[in-house]
Design a binder for this molecule. Structure first.
Ligand code: FES
Length: 355
């Protein structure tokens, strides 16, 4: 993964625990940092001699030729603490070019109806997507269902309201609050299947909605995905990005480790033409984390089975994938795996990231 020095051209507080950071893209990097709405940047900083890498979705609209991310302060978060407490205008941050598959599909029909669902900082790629859709497609109509704790913690509220004022007849926003009570009970608390029943009875027609964009924590994403698929929405109409992944299921990993007690897996990874060999107690960890713990330099982002940054081809051996939201059925058929979700099962494993 290549990182380039980008200068902070603006930094501002958006909510008490979220900052918006804009980066200046020099002319020679323009093409490399050209992004699609919904993609994210990978950033690297040094903390006590260790490299700390994090991924932040771009919240600006590519049409504006701006590159801005929102960084929410996480309790005891190493990266977000540095960004919140030390970053200032003019500082330089090492950043890898935009990537990610959570994007607006190509060849959209016009007019189109969309629904977006976000929770907390999950609004960052969603804002980029909805502002791009509204500006690119004259007839795009969007409903946004957005969950936060309180009205003061709504990230990018000013930007959303400005967008709503600009596209008054084409954008509707419904703010759900989990720690504040309001008179409309539908909007109190998280989005649930019962509330979706009401939404699709009263506010939106599920059969007339062409695409659904979801960004938030795993339970919300899974609930929405299951609900939509159970109500006839096809897989290719549901686009999602996982935030704050809970990662692989600890219990499942434990069970596999128990079954393969005292066994080891010899794993060979080919990446960028080089090979990296290591041994992992069978079923003890996923292939990516096992290699990263030994300082291997491998691509990854969400570690939640969504972004496919860690995708590679299994050439030999057997693994168990915990989840694989981002892989298509034909990719799985062809032997592709997500190394962040793959628990080794066999004695020898050969994986090629370059395939
Ligand atoms: S790192 Fe995102 S799917 Fe593995």
């Amino acid at each position: 993964m290549e990182f380039y020095p980008l200068q902070i051209s603006n930094i501002e507080k958006n909510t008490p625990d979220c900052i918006l950071v804009t980066f200046e893209i020099p002319d020679q990097l323009n093409e490399l940092f050209n992004y699609r709405a919904g993609q994210y940047l990978t950033m690297k900083i040094g903390v006590n001699g260790n490299a700390v890498i994090r991924h932040y979705s771009i919240c600006s609209c590519p049409i504006d030729k701006e590159c801005r991310v929102g960084i929410k302060k996480i309790k005891e978060g190493v990266f977000s603490s540095v960004a919140h407490e030390h970053w200032k205008k003019g500082d330089v941050v090492m950043i890898s070019p935009p990537t990610g598959k959570f994007c607006i599909p190509e060849n959209l029909s016009d007019p189109d109806n969309y629904i977006a669902y976000a929770a907390g900082s999950g609004i960052t790629p969603i804002l980029s997507i909805i502002s791009t859709l509204l500006r690119k497609q004259r007839n795009a109509r969007i409903k946004l269902f957005y969950v936060n704790k309180t009205s003061a913690s709504i990230i990018l509220k000013e930007e959303l309201e400005a967008l709503k004022n600009q596209f008054m007849d084409r954008l509707e926003i419904f703010y759900f609050l989990t720690n504040e009570n309001r008179s409309v009970s539908l909007l109190n608390g998280r989005i649930t299947p019962e509330k979706l029943d009401i939404i699709f009875n009263v506010l939106a027609d599920i059969t007339q909605t062409n695409h659904h964009f979801i960004c938030g924590p795993e339970p919300m994403l899974l609930m929405l995905r299951t609900y939509l698929m159970n109500h006839g929405v096809s897989k290719d109409q549901i686009h999602f990005e996982l935030f704050h992944s809970e990662g692989t299921s600890k219990q499942l990993v434990k069970n596999i480790a128990k079954e393969h007690q005292d066994e080891t897996s010899e794993i060979t990874l080919i990446e960028g033409g080089k090979s990296f060999k290591y041994v992992l107690p069978t079923g003890s960890n996923n292939i990516l984390d096992g290699a990263l713990a030994l300082s291997a330099d491998l691509p990854f982002a969400c570690k939640g089975g969504v972004c496919c940054t860690c995708r590679a081809k299994l050439l030999e051996g057997e693994v168990k994938m915990m989840v694989h939201y981002g892989l298509e059925d034909d990719e799985i058929e062809a032997g592709y795996i997500l190394t962040c979700q793959a628990i080794p099962l066999s004695e020898k494993i050969l994986i090629d990231y370059d395939a």
